[in-house]
Design a protein around this ligand. Structure first.
Ligand code: ADP
Ligand code: MG
Length: 278
């Protein structure tokens, strides 16, 4: 077992912070029922995520990553088990939880600022306050000069930054990111990762990032959870620690050049057990 590996199959994965667990995933399983039959997507997932912690979930396509995020978001109900946020069971979507998807879902006919305000409008927030926060967040995401532009004038990376600002305008405590950069080219992904982590950390959010990109998981998060093939179970988890950096968090870009990065990469690659088919 590697020094960074905490648990193997089955056990409850504890949070790394002493603070109260912000998200508790308690023995969650999910079965989908369709005309073709039953698909068990998740089996017995238990995981605690502390307030302010950054966790990533990696696993092969179809292992249940998006299903797990939808359960945390309150969009899907688990077949067994339960998710609690600050000890309260999640039964439906809540403003405390922000969910950002792979596609940016920006409205082409709304300006960048108006797109960023969409969630606040739906939640009937104080719009003066929301506007100020949207401007502040767009500025922080490097989009300050574009607030009156329309999405069509923006690159993919810029659109994702707007989508992130929109997710954060309503100030959710928990931010769920489902492969948010997978539509971007690799240079843009690298550039945007630093900004996204910076914004999320400075906002003190608890973050769950789903990705199939091992490097992204290592560079961006405090802890990497590996799911097995379907039905998804927790196969192992690994704390990302960079002693060679000498304290504090390296940025994702810095993390990639540290010796620990390659060690973690090799370990996680083995864990993922990737096979090229064909
Ligand atoms: P991942 O995000 O890891 O790629 P998903 O959570 O999307 O995986 O899906 C897990 C499994 O559940 C897959 O086998 C998928 O085909 C199945 N699945 C996902 N959504 C549904 C659904 N709405 N109905 C039936 N099966 C589904
Ligand atoms: Mg998915």
């Amino acid at each position: 077992m590697s020094t960074a590996q905490l648990h193997s199959e089955g056990g409850r994965a504890p949070s790394i912070h002493a603070a109260r667990a912000c998200i508790e995933i308690d023995n969650v399983s999910l079965r989908y029922f369709t005309k073709q039959g039953e698909t068990q997507a998740l089996a017995g997932i238990s995981l605690d995520i502390a307030a302010g912690e950054f966790v990533s979930i990696i696993g092969q396509s179809g292992c249940g990553k998006s299903t797990l995020l939808s359960i945390i978001a309150g969009i899907l109900s688990p077949s067994d088990g339960c998710v609690r946020i600050d000890s309260k069971p999640v039964t439906k979507p809540s403003p405390r939880i922000g969910y950002m998807l792979q596609q940016d879902y920006l409205y082409e006919w709304r300006t960048i600022l108006d797109n960023a305000l969409l969630g606040a409008q739906i939640q009937k927030r104080d719009m003066k306050e929301a506007r100020e926060r949207a401007m502040h967040l767009l500025e922080k995401c490097g989009m300050g000069d574009f607030i009156n532009h329309y999405p069509r004038a923006l690159s993919g990376g810029m659109r994702q930054r707007v989508a992130l600002a929109r997710t954060l305008v309503t100030n959710p405590d928990v931010v769920l990111l489902d492969e948010p950069f997978s539509a971007l080219d690799s240079q843009t992904r690298l550039a945007i990762a630093d900004e996204v982590v910076d914004v999320l950390r400075s906002e003190g959010k608890s973050v769950v990032l789903v990705t199939h990109d091992i490097g992204e998981a290592i560079a961006m998060t405090d802890r990497v959870i590996v799911l097995s093939r379907r039905p998804g179970r927790i196969k192992s988890q690994h704390l990302m620690r960079f002693p060679s950096f000498g304290g504090g968090h390296p940025t994702p870009f810095e993390a990639r050049s540290l010796p620990e990065f390659n060690t973690y990469f090799a370990t996680l690659w083995d864990e993922l057990d990737v096979h090229v088919e064909g």
